[in-house]
Write a protein that binds this ligand. Sequence first.
Ligand SMILES: [Zn+2]
Length: 342
Amino acid sequence: MSDFEDYHRYQKHLLLPQIGRRGQARLRESAAVVIGCGGLGCTLAVYLVRSGVGRVVLVDRDCVELDNLHRQILFTEEDVVQGRPKAVAAAEHLRRANSEVEIIALVEDVSGDNVEEIVQKGDLVLDGTDNFETRYLLNDACLKHRLPWIYAGVVATTGMVMSIIPGKTPCFRCFLPQPPAPGEVPTCESVGVWGPQVGLIASFQVSEGLKILLGREDDLLAGLATFDIWSGEWEIFSVEKDPDCPACSQGDYEYLRKGLLRMTTLCGQEAIQVLPQQKRQLDLAALAKRLQTQGKVTVNDYLVRLQMPPYEFYVFQDGRAIVKGTTEEKTARRLLAKYIGL
Ligand SMILES: [Zn+2]
């Protein structure tokens, strides 16, 4: 793109003293990784791409569904019909908004096996996940590779954001030493989530992220910021660095070390994810053909979906599968063996 077009595209950024030409050039040289393309991830991706961050990596393991659309602003009904992976759908929609940005879509489950490789694809990592286990893993991986990351969480009409800069700020384990027990904290599944609240939190989160890419870390809000868009209440809590924190004080990356995360239940859904013993390359077209008699089959470059009420199966190219309609791992494995042959 010519300087002239560039000038027009980012003109309103260039007017801002916090950005200007130098800041805009910095964004172009930067890369950001978004983990999870749900409600938060959609809004994060929108602003990263439209702001002209040079490379944006979108990572998500799931497909677009009807009950996502009220808050996951990038997706369409067509994406639901086609069973498109969220990372791929998000990337395709955003390429039309800014063709100058390199957008990489990874249809992958973030686990101990791949988290280090994934976070190193960017200068900044943004948390769009829906579970604590992945956040502890991100915390370890980002501390180890000295990458800034920004935690965010949303439930009902409230939410929170915290920036973590290795060597500078407290880390996620300083704030929350152990994951809460199941059922201890409300989730989107148990109490719902207010669409505009997701947008508010993600906007705040991506703004903090852009500050980091612009080299303006001193302008970050220190600590844990909480907002409630319904009541209008907001607060910033200071978080103290724990001198005994295993992760940021002692450099013991417990979650990476244990290779945790072979997660099976998917947060917020009546669904089970089943990971293959070892990765393989499935012939999706052949699989789709074989399943024709079982129910309604959809196939695309990334997966085969079999709809067979009350169950729905998603089989990805590397052998990973998601079974919807059950929360029992045993049932999911039995159904996969019976109907898919996995
Ligand atoms: Zn710490």
